[in-house]
Design a protein around this ligand. Structure first.
Ligand code: COD
Length: 319
């Protein structure tokens, strides 16, 4: 099987997915996809891989130390003999091998196990042997809106890769997230450019960039989504807050995706679902030859499973 670039720009073919439960069910209906786990000696990554295999969401291939992996699989109630294990010398070797398996068409999805995110990303970004397709790579996190009626998802981007995105990079990050949301059945996702304040002010440079991104969208130069900013978190997510501030725009109070101004904001916002609200999340890196999952080592197995589901939908490839 040869894997083409994931067509994240294609039209949506399904009813909008508005909850993580729907997302999981839809992904299970599309699977299984071959998933390679780099340095798979992580209890939560392995537990997620086991569950994904049992739910026919993924066919995992594990790269790491076969003896250690076999022992962990046995402890999880699995027969290691029924698993595809690929030896690696160390974490860097595991990253390279896992990336090569995606390049070679043996896997359609890549997930980080025990190794550091940077180590996997360096293999993914390698000019000669990585997974670049000429686009910016960015991470998109998806969570249930905790109190929206009717239910809806919230996207947060980019809390995982681009540290201090330039205006051009913010634009590419929006395009990536909007394309993923179209894949989830939202034909014209609403993107809020998140700032600390809803007016342009020279003391907060991100507000000016947010206004410029809105302008580009209005001018048709940033298409396939509705972009507005600057917006603060309250008036991005709550119609009541937007009305109270006198902001009237289709994105205000109804944002599907929150564009974070920098990695710190995106990362903290994403993690606040887990560590403040105890809510589930899924996240995926898009813009590469195949979706890449970079869950933190302390992320719950259930969230890693949801990320695999999101990756399956991002890949959009059923076998
Ligand atoms: N998309 C496409 N190409 C990229 C990207 C990207 N997002 N980032 C870098 N590149 C390309 C550059 O154009 C260049 O050609 C090459 O990759 C190397 O770029 P550098 O010099 O910036 O590369 P690194 O290795 O110093 O940094 C790239 C990382 C992605 C590793 C870096 O940005 C990073 O550490 N990001 C944070 C990752 C992380 O730790 N996340 C977890 C906690 S938030």
């Amino acid at each position: 099987m040869v894997i083409g670039a994931p067509d994240l720009r294609g039209e949506a073919h399904l009813k909008p997915i508005t909850t993580l439960d729907q997302l999981f069910a839809e992904a299970c209906a599309r699977g299984p996809l071959r998933l390679v786990v780099a340095a798979a000696e992580s209890d939560t990554a392995l537990a997620a891989a086991v569950l994904a295999r049992r739910r026919l969401l993924a066919e995992p291939l594990l790269v790491g130390d076969p003896a250690g992996l076999s022992a962990r699989l046995t402890a999880l109630g699995e027969d290691p003999g029924s698993w595809e294990l690929h030896p690696a010398r160390d974490d860097a070797d595991a990253a390279r091998r896992a990336v090569a398996m995606v390049r070679g068409g043996e896997a359609s999805l890549l997930m980080k196990g025990r190794l550091a995110t940077r180590e996997l990303l360096r293999a993914v970004l390698d000019r000669a042997d990585g997974l670049r397709i000429g686009q910016l790579l960015s991470d998109v996190l998806v969570a249930d809106h905790p109190h929206a009626s009717p239910p809806r998802l919230i996207g947060v981007t980019d809390g995982g890769i681009n540290v201090a995105p330039t205006l051009a990079q913010k634009r590419a990050i929006i395009e990536n997230a909007a394309a993923l949301f179209r894949r989830l059945g939202h034909p014209r996702p609403r993107v809020a450019c998140l700032c600390a304040f809803e007016k342009v002010t020279s003391s907060m440079p991100h507000t000016g960039e947010a206004a410029e991104l809105s302008r580009l969208n209005e001018a048709g130069e940033l298409a396939g989504c509705e972009v507005f900013g600057p917006l603060a978190l309250d008036n991005a997510l709550s119609l009541e807050a937007a009305v109270a501030k006198g902001i009237s725009h289709p994105v205000a109070g109804r944002a599907d995706v929150l564009l974070a101004p920098d990695i710190e904001t995106g990362n903290a916002l994403g993690k606040s679902f887990t560590w403040v609200a105890r809510a589930r999340v899924a996240h995926v890196v898009v813009g590469a030859l195949a979706p890449v999952l970079i869950p933190s080592r302390v992320e719950w197995a259930e969230d890693k499973l949801l990320s695999i589901a999101l990756g399956v939908l991002a890949a959009g490839e059923a076998r």
